[in-house]
Design a protein around this ligand. Structure first.
Ligand code: PEP
Ligand code: MN
Length: 337
């Protein structure tokens, strides 16, 4: 921590601040500038008492942290890139993994057709919502357990891993039983009790960025998973709220190099919720691959015009196959497989 003193501070007041810093267990290092004095405080902020209390002292201008607030998700905690092994599908390794499937599981025909098609085109994980977080209570809420059972059936038939959203703490064990990765949606990204419940199932967790979430808040939300003894966390950028209305959300691709710099956890890009428009999905995927994303989460539907949710952003089976072809040179150029 750095403690900045008020310019007019007396020697006596400065001494009082120094005494308090020492009392809190830190070693003060005084640096005198032309206009003001700052005190560097040496000590581990994570194990010592906080110095933030000094911010309310009349002699102190401000107290600034140097240490980052997140620990276990940070690069400092783990030098290499963490990889997550989902039944042989490694996320965070050289191969860019493609998670694809419908926004919502609707019926057996829709899910099986999509699962086989995405597998044929090169996807390794099947996505599909069984519990849907809908803005309106009058919209389709998902098939629930029936949807989970269909996902399990599709996994059995295709060998694809399954990712589905965990919406509520009470369903943690149930959803974990039927899926290989638990998705925590944007609307629940700071539902800390849900994050803890997800972590405790022991399944890998994909944490979406909240609609208006700062990157530091997102990293701290991820900290809830790691600090509850689950090392298998991946972050997923899915666009944030901005003033722009051309797209549903603004897909923030800067998060890819930022998460790579700050964290050892894999980063996934969801261009479907990100753009909200199927015509932009391929271009967004190319950008994500070029930036260094570890995986893509793409919504695919046999007939997007009749989808029960997110119709405008889902690509067709054919569109998905074309996308996968178009992506190949970008994947190679990024040095990935
Ligand atoms: C989804 O993946 O269908 C979804 C609801 O995502 P998000 O939480 O990012 O809106
Ligand atoms: Mn969706």
């Amino acid at each position: 921590m750095i403690v900045v003193l008020k310019p007019e501070i007396s020697k006596k007041d400065e001494q009082a601040v120094l005494k308090e810093i020492k009392k809190l267990g830190y070693k003060p290092h005084v640096m005198r500038g032309v206009e003001r004095t700052v005190i560097g405080c040496i000590g581990d902020e994570r194990t010592h008492q906080t110095l933030e209390v000094l911010g309310s002292w009349s002699q102190v201008e401000k107290v600034m942290p140097i240490q980052k607030r997140f620990k276990l998700v940070s690069r400092e905690a783990h030098k290499g890139n963490s990889t997550i092994n989902v039944n042989g599908t490694v996320i965070g390794g050289k191969k860019i993994q493609i998670m694809a499937g419908p926004c919502s599981v609707e019926d057996e025909m829709q899910l099986m057709t999509t699962a086989h098609a995405v597998k044929k085109a090169g996807a390794t994980i099947l996505r599909g919502g069984a519990f849907k977080p809908r803005t309106s209570p009058y919209e389709f809420q998902g098939l629930g357990l029936k949807g989970l059972k269909l996902l399990a059936k599709a996994r059995k038939e295709t060998g694809l891993g399954v990712i589905t959203e965990l919406l509520s703490e009470q369903h943690a064990e149930l959803v974990a039983e039927y899926s290989d990765i638990l998705q925590i949606g944007a609307r629940n990204a700071q539902n800390f009790q849900l994050l803890i419940a997800a972590a405790k199932t022991g399944k890998p967790v994909l944490l979406k960025r909240g609609l208006s979430m700062k990157i530091e808040e997102w990293l701290l939300a991820g900290e809830y998973v790691l600090s509850n003894n689950n090392p298998n966390l991946m972050f997923c950028e899915r666009g944030i709220r901005t003033f722009e209305t051309y797209t549903r959300n603004t897909l923030d691709l800067s998060t890819v190099p930022i998460i790579k710099k700050e964290s050892h956890c894999p980063i996934v890009i969801d261009p479907s919720q990100g753009a909200g428009r199927s015509d932009l999905v391929t271009a967004m995927c190319k950008g994500a691959v070029a930036m260094g994303a570890d995986a893509l989460l793409i919504e695919v539907h046999p007939n997007p015009a009749e989808a029960w949710s997110d119709g405008a952003q889902q690509v067709t089976l054919e569109g998905f196959a074309n996308l996968m072809e178009e992506l190949k040179p970008f994947i190679a150029a990024a040095g990935r497989e």
